[in-house]
Design a protein around this ligand. Sequence first.
Ligand SMILES: *Cc1c(COP(=O)(O)O)cnc(C)c1O
Length: 396
Amino acid sequence: MNVKKDEKGFSTRCIQPNGEQVDAFGSLVPPIYMSSTFVFPSAEAGGARFAGTENGMIYSRLGNPTVEALERTVAELEGGEAGVAFGSGMGAISAVVLAMVESGDHVLCSDGLYGCTFGFLTLLKRKFQVDFSLAEMVDEAALRRAMRPQTKVVFVESPINPTMKLVDLEMVSRVAHEYGAQVVVDNTFLTPYLQRPLELGCDVVVHSATKYLGGHGDLLGGVAVGRTDFMEEMRMSTLKDLGAVMSPMDAWLILRGLKTLPLRMERHCANAERVALFLQQHPKVNKVLFPGLDDFPQQELAAKQMKGPGGMISFEVESLEAGGTVMNAVRVAKLAVSLGETTTLISHPASMTHAVIPAEVRQQEMGIADGLIRLSVGLEDAQDVIADLEQALGKL
Ligand SMILES: *Cc1c(COP(=O)(O)O)cnc(C)c1O
């Protein structure tokens, strides 16, 4: 079983994870072990560590005490057996997928994906004959139609970036397992505070820890969580040999960020709710996509698998030009990609992250209108973010 139950509350475990103490001096905060390698007490001990018959550090690409403290903590928060940290979210995503597929296999994805995940799967298809396709997993029948005998991995984002559509994770894992496929969920948008895919039957959770887990916009990182055997297999192959390892300094910063994860997520959700309500009544805004609004089409599913709506909002103004005008007019919201940090960030997919995709594909297949704006609502006073958007929309 993937899921471990724990009786202590989530916030307590963010601050006092169950994992053993890292430090011999009993320091309250785990030390940062900035060491590339570790001295063996004897030749025999070195041999035993390599053989895996004795625990102990060898070399920081294979494991580091600070990084392992982070791995244990995120695994615990996601309710999984074990975790592996990477130098970025893409390091985690590429390592997980590569460890699961062989040429001839097929990866089925939700009908919207983080751009570089799409890019990585395109590379696998072009160079290594690992096929992939996107499917609108609106219901069980649609998912079954998209599954193939070669499908080994179902890769899902929920909510999907930037359309905010949700995928029923319990349904997807039930169906995928029937076909012998594994389910990987990119849980970056919600974090384990708001959604725990492993508890819904999914096999592996991946994160860009760059976003809400770190939470302060000062690092890049990734984490994968799942069953111990798969995590160890990955540690000794696609982590060790491809080498996208996390720095101990970044692991320490993420551990520090995690202590306030519940507080930050509550405030991100509350601020986003207020901003979404403001946008919803604004005459220049055609549409607001946010799981916390009354008119959100998948409210029932949101209530079933999410503890809150998250801090991400997409909204539409009338055109590409109007999107650009808003981008140039904001002052409190910063014009930048990325998300999940203290500062409110605003971006315009049609002219930025998704500009390389042909307009027709972008609009029709991915549902990204030219005037769609993506907002990562930060931790400022909500009224300041609202006032900023009001003056920016006033330029239209
Ligand atoms: C940012 C992001 C990634 C990639 O993470 P990096 O840390 O930038 O490599 C993957 N998935 C989602 C949903 C993201 O937002």
